[in-house]
Design a protein around this ligand. Structure first.
Ligand code: FAD
Ligand code: NAP
Length: 305
């Protein structure tokens, strides 16, 4: 029986595990991939205090390294279900069932698709959701980035390191991204914008993407453009399908907590991007994690007989 199982080892989960372990709890993380979560798909992080500039993967390793020192068991597993048994919980993967007094859910969010013809067909053949992973394959090409938030602008700027040009298509005439990112994009000679427009269809040959149909949502006019790649950054969906039955999410699947990170089930906490919240950042994820690690300890103390 673990004191605490943390599901997901992004910045929120790793911090929760660190704080719980430093309270001398028996802690395990269950992670389906490399530790770091979405940070692994981020080239440059420049809003994490203490670092002027650090790559996402490097920051991930810096957060991961102390976990072993404090005795956290880092287990591999794709969690498929959580059961509330009152005093304890069961966390299931395909081939294991783990018992814990408390569970901290830190499963984060995943990229959303635009849902147009060609998106799935050309996935990994010109359509990508990760500039850090795939950008270098698109040297000297003309690229399209879809979206108007922080991710689209930041990753679009990153792509200018490789691409001949980066065109950002946004459904409105105003960006959602932080002002500092907007200013950088407007000042970059390689970046141009197509406003009030959405992707209608992604086209290509047997090998890869070659063209994209783009529709102006004000005039409904469709124009065809040559692009060697399409990077999609249209927001995030919660990773909560496997525990929707617990009844701790809102209608969109984000977990509702109080400011102690408690869900409506005693002993189950949630942290980071998976929470219903306003600002999804590394800083806010680690803040949530710290609180939940401490709250798990408090919960166990309060329930000890
Ligand atoms: P995540 O980082 O999403 O981690 C969740 C973890 O849970 C993942 O490792 C996943 O594999 C694991 N998991 C999910 N389901 C399961 C399961 N069933 N079983 C086991 N494991 C599971 N924020 C900043 O502050 N600065 C930036 O510069 C910045 N740049 C960004 C750039 C991009 C392109 C994106 C997409 C985001 C960026 N963000 C940035 C946001 C930041 O990365 C997130 O807010 C942060 O990573 C959220 O942390 P998290 O731990 O809550 O979730
Ligand atoms: P986001 O902020 O939700 O922005 C999504 C963008 O895509 C919006 O501009 C939205 O348009 C557009 N969009 C949504 N659905 C669309 C569709 N079907 N077709 C076309 N466009 C669509 O998502 P994000 O940019 O991925 O950011 C996610 C979170 O990570 C945010 O909290 C963000 O702050 C954080 N993040 C932070 C940094 C950083 O701090 N440097 C970097 C990256 C991400 P509208 O504007 O019209 O809604």
């Amino acid at each position: 029986m673990y004191d605490t199982i943390v599901i997901g080892a992004g910045p929120a989960g790793m911090t929760a595990a660190l704080y719980a372990a430093r309270s001398n709890l028996k802690v395990a993380t269950l992670e389906q991939g490399a530790p770091g979560g979405q940070m692994n798909n981020t080239a440059d992080v420049e809003n994490y205090p203490g670092f002027e500039l650090i790559s996402g993967p490097e920051l991930s390793m810096k957060m991961f390294e102390p976990l072993e020192k404090f005795g956290v068991e880092n287990l591999y597993g794709i969690v498929t279900g959580i059961e509330d048994k009152g005093d304890y919980k069961i966390v299931r993967t395909d081939d294991e069932a783990y018992e814990a007094k408390t569970v901290i859910i830190a499963t984060g969010a995943k990229h959303r698709q635009i849902g147009v013809v060609g998106e799935n067909e050309y996935n990994s053949r010109g359509v990508s959701y990760c500039a850090v992973c795939d950008g270098a394959f698109f040297r000297n090409q003309d690229l399209l980035v879809v979206g108007g938030g922080d991710s689209a602008i930041e990753e679009g700027l990153f792509l200018t390191r490789f691409a001949n040009s980066v065109t950002i298509v946004h459904r409105r005439d105003e960006l959602r991204a932080q002002k500092i990112l907007q200013d950088r994009a407007f000042a970059n000679d390689k970046v141009s914008f197509i406003w009030d427009s959405v992707v209608e269809e992604i086209k290509g040959n047997d090998m890869k993407v070659t063209n994209v149909d783009i529709k102006n949502v004000k005039t409904n006019e469709i124009t065809n453009h040559e692009f060697g790649g399409v990077f999609v950054y249209v927001g995030l969906d919660p990773v909560s399908d496997f525990f929707r039955d617990l009844g701790i999410t809102d209608q969109d699947g984000w977990v509702v907590t109080d400011d102690h990170m408690r869900t409506n089930i005693p002993g189950i906490f949630a942290v980071g991007d998976i929470r219903q919240k306003h600002l999804r950042q590394i800083t806010t994820a680690v803040g949530d994690g710290a609180i939940a690690g401490q709250e798990a300890y408090q919960y166990i103390v309060d329930h000890e007989v």
